[in-house]
Design a binder for this molecule. Structure first.
Ligand code: SAM
Length: 369
């Protein structure tokens, strides 16, 4: 374990793959001697003995379980993992699919899919209907290979179609029958990764080329890693306020990422039947989060087609999540800030994360080009 990991001691999160099994079945067959606790703070309370067999069933993400870091269960070597019954996935990384909430039967797109945590989660959410489909785009052919493996392992092949090497930004939604009736789109584009702390998920890939290219090569990647480690070692408060200490080079890099992030969501907003879009990053920087949401809302396509944020009171389970967007980065708009969901690194039991969703009620210009 690294110093950062020990300092933060992140719980081990596993998502039960609803395509194959249920949380009740997994608990009964593999953890029958474990006792439930009712909150994350109870699970991670200092002074608990590593010998205690306890788990926490997340109240925000159905089918998600957490075990204490001190229990040192290596899920990568577990039979459940080998069989595709569980997916090792940080809690916050489950939020986008939960916020998007495609109903069974929905036609869904994951526009930036590899390695496939969220693609397989989407597939699980819609798996009860044969009408459902998830179309997954991944621009990087190598990463698309990993995506393929993950979809196979999660037994999601009947639901998910992969477009390996395809750029979501180049799709022509009106010209392609398969895209014309897509209603739900998840976008988790390349970001600075500034929220990533603690143990690396073994299924995670190195950051996509887009990040290092924008960041200016190898040194930038090293610097980012060093910054993350420093922030993690110092504790979460510093990690969260790292936002205020970005230097000029970082600022350019963040601006380039933000422009790409906004453009990909705006592209999705033109899909003729689209009703809901989720946007997420594993960044703690407002430049990639609230500021991007504000830029999207001010865009021509959002206005012409009647897109708005999915308000907190409309967000079924996630409306209850306490940590919301930073109002000072939403131009003072409290409703937009409340619509945004944030997770602080370490403090909220995992990596730093941001997610917001956009909704459209069907009014607006359907002939938008
Ligand atoms: N959602 C994934 C998960 O939870 O497993 C992680 C996605 S990762 C943050 C972003 C991915 O989007 C990268 O694999 C990157 O190669 C891909 N990507 C970036 N731009 C893209 C584009 N224009 N079209 C398709 N994929 C893209």
């Amino acid at each position: 374990t690294t110093a950062a990991e020990d300092a933060i001691a992140l719980p081990r999160w596993i998502r039960i793959n609803a395509i194959q099994t249920t949380a009740d079945k997994v608990l009964k067959s593999h953890f029958s001697d474990y006792k439930p606790v009712t909150s994350l703070s109870e699970l991670t309370a200092p002074g608990r003995s590593p010998k205690e067999k306890i788990y926490y069933r997340c109240e925000y993400v159905p089918d998600l379980l957490a075990f204490p870091a001190s229990a040192k269960i290596d899920f990568t070597k577990h039979k459940l993992y080998a069989d595709g019954d569980i997916i090792i996935q940080d809690r916050s990384s489950c939020f986008p699919a939960v916020l998007l909430l495609p109903p069974p039967g929905a036609k869904v797109i994951d526009g930036t899919a590899a390695p496939g945590n969220k693609t397989t989660h989407l597939a699980a959410l819609v798996s009860s209907s044969k009408q459902s489909s998830v179309l997954a785009f991944e621009k990087d052919p190598k990463r698309a290979e990993t995506l393929k493996k993950m979809v196979h392992k999660a037994r999601a092949e009947k639901i998910v179609t992969i477009r390996a090497g395809a750029d979501f930004l180049e799709t022509r939604p009106k010209r392609e029958v398969e895209l014309r009736d897509v209603t739900h789109i998840l976008l988790d584009p390349s970001c600075s990764g500034s929220g990533i702390v603690g143990r690396e998920d073994p299924t995670l890939l190195p950051p996509p080329a887009a990040i290092t290219a924008v960041a200016g090569g190898r040194n930038a990647k090293k610097n980012l890693k060093r910054k993350r480690e420093q922030a993690a070692a110092k504790g979460t408060a510093d990690a969260a306020s790292e936002n205020n200490t970005v230097d000029a080079k970082d600022k350019d890099r963040l601006a380039a990422l933000a422009a790409f992030q906004a453009s990909i969501v705006q592209h999705a907003m033109a899909f003729p039947a689209a009703r809901r879009i989720s946007y997420s990053t594993c960044s703690i920087h407002a430049e990639e989060n609230e500021n991007v949401v504000m830029a999207i809302l001010a865009s021509k396509v959002a206005k012409k087609r009647g897109w708005r944020v999915l308000k907190r009171e409309e967000q079924e389970i996630l409306g209850k999540w306490p940590r919301r967007g930073l109002v000072e980065h939403c131009g003072g708009d409290k409703d937009v800030a409340e619509a945004c969901v944030r997770c602080n690194p370490g403090e909220d039991g995992g990596i730093g994360f941001f997610v917001a969703a956009f909704a459209r009620d069907g009014e607006g210009d359907d002939d938008y080009e």
